[in-house]
Design a protein around this ligand. Structure first.
Ligand code: PMP
Length: 444
């Protein structure tokens, strides 16, 4: 028996022995197509350039603590991330993952207001059905009730407004634009309710990943959000931990919405699974406020600015922007979208197909006409994950949770290096897995 503490204690997952392009091979030789465990492995598992960059860095120096040093790889990565970043994002704080990035963002927003003499601004407003990480601050911001509930007493009080989720939120006769304005205006109402001088920041994912399944905002929504934040001096934090780093076909997902935040978080695709790394980017103005104030961001972890992780991040970024993988993500995303539409567009249990680039979501429903979700106790999404894995496909399921406001969904986020044959493999395997899962419940 192993002493490993598995994610699910009842689970005895196979051992991953080898990476082979888009596949992971286990100890029995079985191959699993990586269509996005959690939208991390954007380059597959055998990228020679990234592996070489890590090895080269290890030959020089593996680690140097940021209390004393910076490093070539960290500076180079920060410079390139800033070079491509939208708006005034200018400074890059390198961390080890997504929760660390959002946690740092929340604390930076708070400290920024404190340094400006607006110490009452402590509240963060977020959206329901969102996920911003599992550490207590990030979990407080997240609006996923199932994840929050057990830890309730420990969480910081924050406000949650409805997400932009046209498939379920748009009213009969309402245009998409009007719907977007209506849900964005809920932010203004919440700021006014709480008192503008108490609100530090609003945080949202431009394309909602884990908790909703690749839900994009309708046109105009984020522009209105930006206006509201500016009007009340509330910082806009965008969490691109899952949807960033090219996943949607844009290096930064918010480019598609035509806005730039004050603080932006990335992770997952930045290390592409080769190293644990994330980053928080902030505007020059925020940085200068700290610089001219206490001169010290009151935060930090042992491994921030890790040279080896930064070397991996630099190589991943170079693959995306120098080797044409962003364009490839867009092209293959279009092919995957078409294939999913063709296969599932008329399926009586598929309510919505959505997403951008190679970030695609499938929402499953009991009744396509009424959009009624499956009974959560059936755990349809988990059954699909299990059936897909048995058939050799990794995908990311979620849903059927206690708020009852959505159906089960499957998130598909394969590497950007996929070929046409992989698109067929994903769609065929998913089709089989959905039939397995529904068939087991006697649903045709
Ligand atoms: N934010 C978002 C949008 C995420 O999807 C995730 C991870 N699923 C996180 C934050 C947390 O990232 P990590 O798991 O690397 O801590």
């Amino acid at each position: 028996m192993s002493h490993i503490f598995p994610r699910h204690t009842a689970m005895r997952p196979p051992r991953a022995k080898k990476g082979d392009g888009c596949y992971i091979v286990d100890e029995t030789g079985k191959r699993y197509f990586d269509a996005g465990g959690a939208a991390i492995d954007c380059l597959g598992h055998s990228d020679e350039k990234v592996t070489k960059a890590i090895k080269d860095q290890l030959d020089k120096i593996a680690f140097a603590h940021t209390g004393f040093f910076t490093s070539d790889s960290a500076e180079a990565l920060a410079d390139r991330l800033a070079e491509f970043a939208p708006g005034d994002l200018d400074r890059v704080y390198l961390v080890s993952g997504g929760s660390e990035a959002t946690e740092a963002a929340i604390k930076l927003a708070r400290q920024y207001h404190l340094e400006r003499g607006e110490g009452k601004r402590a509240r963060i407003i977020a959206r329901l059905q969102s996920y911003h990480g599992n550490t207590l601050g990030a979990l407080s911001a997240g609006g996923n009730m199932w994840r929050r509930e057990p830890f309730g007493p420990l969480l910081v009080e924050m406000s949650h407004i409805d997400p932009c989720y046209a498939y379920r939120g748009q009213r009969d006769g309402e245009s998409l634009e009007d719907y977007g304005l209506r849900v964005a205006n809920a932010l203004e109402a919440e700021i006014l309710k709480q008192g503008p001088d108490t609100v530090a920041a609003f945080i949202a994912e431009p394309v909602v990943g884990a908790t909703m399944g690749a839900v994009t905002a309708v046109p105009g929504y984020f522009k209105r959000i930006r206006e509201i934040c500016d009007k009340y001096g509330v910082l806009l934090i965008l969490d691109e931990v899952m949807c960033g780093m090219g996943r949607t076909g844009y290096l930064y997902a918010c480019e598609a919405d035509g806005i730039a935040p004050d603080i932006l978080c990335i992770a997952k695709g930045l290390g592409a699974g080769y190293q644990p790394i994330g980053a928080m980017l902030c505007t020059k103005q925020i940085y200068e406020t700290i610089e001219e104030g206490t001169g010290f961001f009151q935060h930090g972890h042992s491994y921030i600015g890790h040279p080896t992780a930064a070397a991996a991040g630099g190589a991943v970024l170079s693959r995306l922007v120098d080797d044409g993988l962003l364009e490839r993500c867009r092209e293959m995303g279009g092919k995957l979208e078409t294939a999913l539409q063709e296969r599932f567009g008329q399926n009586p249990h598929v309510g919505d197909l959505r997403g951008r680039g190679l970030f695609r979501g499938i929402e499953l429903v009991a009744d396509r006409e009424t959009k009624e979700p499956f009974d959560p106790s059936l755990k349809i999404n988990a059954a699909i994950k299990k059936a897909a894995f048995a058939r050799g496909l990794m995908c990311y399921p979620f849903g059927g949770t206690i708020d009852g406001k959505r159906g089960d969904h499957i998130l598909v986020a394969p590497p950007f290096i996929i070929e046409d044959s992989h698109v067929d493999e994903i769609v065929d395997t998913l089709d089989g897995a959905i039939k397995d899962a529904l068939g087991a419940q006697g649903i045709a």
